[in-house]
Design a binder for this molecule. Structure first.
Ligand code: NAD
Length: 373
């Protein structure tokens, strides 16, 4: 039995950033605070919100403060919304905030579960009668998003510009994400890892990835494996998703495949993600997969479930597995009872979905993990 004197407070840096990011972070905070309130004083969240994003850029010329990384590194986790607004070029907003945080905090494992929810109609015909549930594991520190290259290299003048965008693959980078995927597969009911590359056309980096995958696989004889080219994997997501458990891929390929996965589950608004620094030297960052959705921002109709389930991943990260499971059950009870936003065929507002999820939380007393887990 815990009381207020034993409260463990997790310090969370909230960065809602732009567009619907602001709405879904507020929604996620409300639900996570309700989960904490149900813990009978065992744990709570100390929120510090930062105003960084495109609006901040327009005022200051920076996407975040100069000392932002120094400030953020002392938090237990980062809860992120979405970055990007039509007034700022996307490569400036993304590199100035989200990618800077992910790369400097070595959040090299991006985990993106593809979950199907009761009451949400999937465009996949077989979703109704087959249990579908897989996880995309995205290499999050190098690959196609290493930021290497240049423009106008020869200064050849208008109409003759040259741009190079180089993908970086290191054996260490490949190995650590592939091992992460195998370890994750061992924790799932279907112990299988599918590795995705385009090594027939990209004969250097992706062949290194394939060879590393084959080598690491020998250490996990209990885990089934396959290597699939990314175009074939896109088709497999649609035609044979029941064959998938853990799908590991490079930065760009996994980014694209996870959007496909969440669309198949019904909406981009449902998809959660965690950017882990598995060594826990830096805070990990939890965010919905979707962007700032300028087309629906400010209307109170954004689907908050992707952000809320990212909160469930954060609870798991803190070792609060029962609370995470209860939160997922509350989400499923909500979608199952037909309380759905417009993107998944309903009429509910963001606020109505949040209220229903809080209503559906059936919290049991929290058992806190030992400090440091
Ligand atoms: N992680 C990030 O911060 C991130 C990720 C992707 C895109 N972006 C940025 O977001 C901006 C918009 O990009 P985009 O339009 O390509 O992608 P997007 O994810 O913002 O929107 C794509 C489509 O999905 C819908 N959608 C997205 N989130 C939703 C939600 N929660 N509820 C209901 N519908 C939702 C949108 O209305 C839109 O029709 C760009 O500036 C882009 O750079 C940021």
């Amino acid at each position: 039995m815990s009381d207020a004197s034993t409260t463990r407070t997790y310090q969370i840096a909230a960065i809602p950033a732009d567009g619907v990011g602001v709405e879904v972070v507020a929604a996620g905070r409300a639900v996570l605070d309700a989960v904490a309130a149900g813990s009978n004083g065992a744990f709570g969240f100390g929120w510090t919100e930062f105003p960084w994003g495109c609006g901040y850029y327009e005022k200051t010329g920076r996407m975040m403060d100069e000392d932002a990384l120094e400030v953020l590194r002392h938090f237990d986790a980062i809860y992120f919304g979405a970055v990007g607004w039509p007034t700022v070029p996307d490569h400036i907003s993304l590199w100035g905030l989200r990618l800077t945080i992910a790369q400097n905090f070595d959040q090299w494992a991006n985990v993106r579960p593809v979950r199907f929810h009761p009451g949400v109609v999937s465009p996949l015909r077989k979703a109704g009668d087959t249990h579908l549930d897989w996880v995309v594991v995205r290499e999050n520190s190098e690959g196609e998003y290493a930021g290497l290259g240049g423009r106008n290299l020869a200064g050849r003048g208008p109409g003759n510009e040259v741009a190079l965008q180089t993908a970086l693959f290191t054996e260490k980078g490949c190995e650590r994400i592939i091992r992460f995927a195998f370890d994750l597969a061992r924790s799932r009911s279907v112990t299988k890892v599918s590795s995705v590359t385009k090594s027939n056309a990209q004969q250097y980096g992706m062949v290194l990835w394939d060879e590393t995958f084959a080598r690491v696989a020998r250490d996990y004889p209990d885990v089934a494996t396959e290597s699939v080219l990314v175009d074939a994997m896109a088709a497999k997501f649609v035609l044979k998703p029941e064959d998938l458990s853990v799908v590991v891929a490079s930065n760009l390929n996994a980014d694209i495949l996870s959007d496909l996965g969440s669309a198949l589950a019904g909406s981009l608004g449902l998809a959660a993600s965690a950017n882990y620094n598995p060594e826990r030297r830096f805070p990990s960052m939890f965010e919905p997969v979707h962007g700032s959705a300028p087309d629906i921002a400010g209307q109170g109709i954004a689907n908050p479930i992707g952000a809320i389930l990212s909160g469930a991943l954060m609870l798991d990260h803190f070792g609060l597995h029962d609370q995470a499971a209860q939160l997922r059950e509350a989400v499923d009870a909500t979608t199952g009872s037909g309380v759905l936003t417009r993107d998944v065929g309903g009429t509910a507002t963001t606020g109505q979905v949040v209220a229903a999820i809080i209503e559906n939380l059936t919290l049991k007393p929290a058992v806190l993990p030992a400090q440091g887990t």
